[in-house]
Design a protein around this ligand. Sequence first.
Ligand code: FES
Ligand SMILES: [Fe+2]
Length: 427
Amino acid sequence: MVDRVAGSRSRPSPVSPVSAVEVAAVRQPTVRAHLLPPRVFHDPTVLAYEREAWFGGGWVCVGREEDAPARGAYFLAEVAGESVIVVRGDDGQLRGFYNLCRHRGARLVEASEPCGRLVRFQCPYHAWVYDLEGRLRPPRHTEALEDFDPAEWGLVPICLAKWQGFVFVDLSAEAPALSAFLGDLPPLLERFDLGGLRRARRITYDVGANWKAIVENYEECYHCPGVHPQLNRITPYDLGAYLEGEGPWLGSYMEVVGDFETLSLDGATHGRPPIGGMRDEDLKRVYYLVVWPNLLISLHPDYLMTHWVWPIDSGRTRVVCEWFFDPATMGRPGFDPEDAIGFWDLTNRQDWHVCELQQAGTRSRAYTPGRYSAIEGSVHGFDLMVADRYANDGVTTVVERVAKQTITRPTATRTARRREAGAVTGQ
Ligand code: FES
Ligand SMILES: [Fe+2]
């Protein structure tokens, strides 16, 4: 399932600009906890730390295997301020390299060519050539150099591993194996062949909000009745359950009610069959997963949607949203995914609007960290992952959501219990 290909250079651990004291109010049971300090949504030094320690300090998903499908196919990703090349070699293996030439350090593949196919890498500056496995061919006019062996001057490799078609890189070269990092997530999703799905569409959004505000937003459906009336009629905000398991991820599902079949503009699948591995109960659910730090996986009965949440600066985020379908379904005459894409494009834009409102309001001197409602336990779960990593004190706060049981619509007998109950996640 996963393989670890190569190592790369490690750097000294950055010092957290957010203390354990600052986040102590987050590290409480949900019923007592406060939201994250507003500074972490606005302070550039906080984002610089997050980039270095989190995005550059362990596994981060950068794309899909299908983005480099054949020998010489490559794509670029930007992680922790580094340009990364992911390329498929002549031996069919995917590899990661820093996007720089070992001579005078020029960027090897230019940002204007973010994906494509090559037979080799040739530096645009003095034309040093590297093969698809990163080996340097003996450059011109270096024969007389002393103590210079081209074999030692190949591209700098980056650890790379794959899971369910997702490609992860680890710039630190110190993370545990990807399978260990993901914990209980792989067995939870192993019945689905997500790696066999193919992308039908990608939409990239430029959102005026901190990246964590966007993940928080994904983690709850408290806002759904007001913000997403179209979604809320298909998957009501208070129907669903958390998924249990260890690892740096959070999961839940929401229930598809009535005659609706999926999340689309009219709630219908338009004849798209379920994707492989779906059990009966899955056909009336939409699963939502956050994989630390910035991959959001939304699994519908008939399609997969992903969001990659990439910070640009403290108040700006690039969100890449992609829709995937079974290739056999895509090959059918008349295949048209616009009902699913249009639904989520609308929902995404509704979300970005309120995230931008949050970004604006939390900048005010009048804002103090708010409180989690009883149905935002999974926002708290994400914030605890954030707070523990700021504190960096070796403590992993147990997610003390006020309830982990199936969330159901309150009835006369259940109302009292639900007043103390936790939340379900969603959009
Ligand atoms: S910088 Fe690449 S060949 Fe000189
Ligand atoms: Fe939403």
